[in-house]
Design a protein around this ligand. Sequence first.
Ligand code: ADP
Ligand code: MG
Length: 309
Amino acid sequence: MEDMGQNLTRLIKERQLDHQYSELIEEVLKDPDVQAFLTDHQDQLTEEMVAKSYAKLYEFVHEKKKFERNDGMMAPGYKPALVMNFKFIDVTYVPTAELVARQKEKEIRDRVRSMDMPKDIRSATMEKFELTDARREAMAEALTFTSNYIENPKDFHKALYLQGSFGVGKTYLLGAIAHDLAKHGHVSTLVHFPSFAVEMKQSIAKNNMGEKLDAVKKTPILMLDDIGADSMSSWIRDDVLGVILQYRMQEQLPTFFSSNFNMQQLESEHLRTTQRGEDEPLKAKRIMERIRYLAKEIQMTGKNRRHSS
Ligand code: ADP
Ligand code: MG
């Protein structure tokens, strides 16, 4: 902005464009917004001050035109405005309502952290959640959770274990809950559990599993999606899942789950038998106790929505 003023002055000096200059100034002074500003501030302004502000007034008119054309602005989303600045007139750039709304929406989205989740999860909202009888209970439970949590985020709130077959909208509902919480300033992390497990396995080799595991463990609200979709090694079950759940219980942090399997199936068919085929009922039971403590089982039924549209 400095530059433009300097350039203009230089231009005038160098080329002696006196005539064009006065035409330019005349035009700037004719601008209705400039006129309105000069009238509104006539008590504070002397002719000399106005003359000293020509470059700024020119900048204002010039940038305003670009803003109105929505093209070539110095700062897109910001509208130029005139202000009094001690002894001259200055231009400031005010964020437009759309920009403010866009920034706010971005802040909300940034509070929904996701790891290996489908992209459309970011646009899931409670408002867009289509209700059917089969989904009503899950929706009601979700709303109860969010309103309780928002009212009292420091207390422990039992989260949900959404159970239902492929495509009924479990992941979508988790995304919608996360978005709702984000609107109230709360950060959630959605994790596609099978991918996370693979990543953890790979990162032991690289010796960097700590950081990501820590982020998942400590996030204010955690959502473990698709638990039980892949068979688990005993290491993933006990040293990854077990450690996460233990921490969340101790710290009383809300933890959601989604699964194609109900809790009983998860225990007997997935947690109990390891990838290697060992039967470990007690270890499975310990994990299940933590899951039951953290979340309430909710059945979601309905048609597979994946191919309906
Ligand atoms: P699940 O996790 O149970 O397998 P998803 O949540 O992935 O199912 O839902 C399947 C598809 O249907 C996704 O593309 C999702 O965006 C869409 N979808 C699911 N539930 C809703 C809903 N209530 N309103 C709008 N779209 C939905
Ligand atoms: Mg899913």
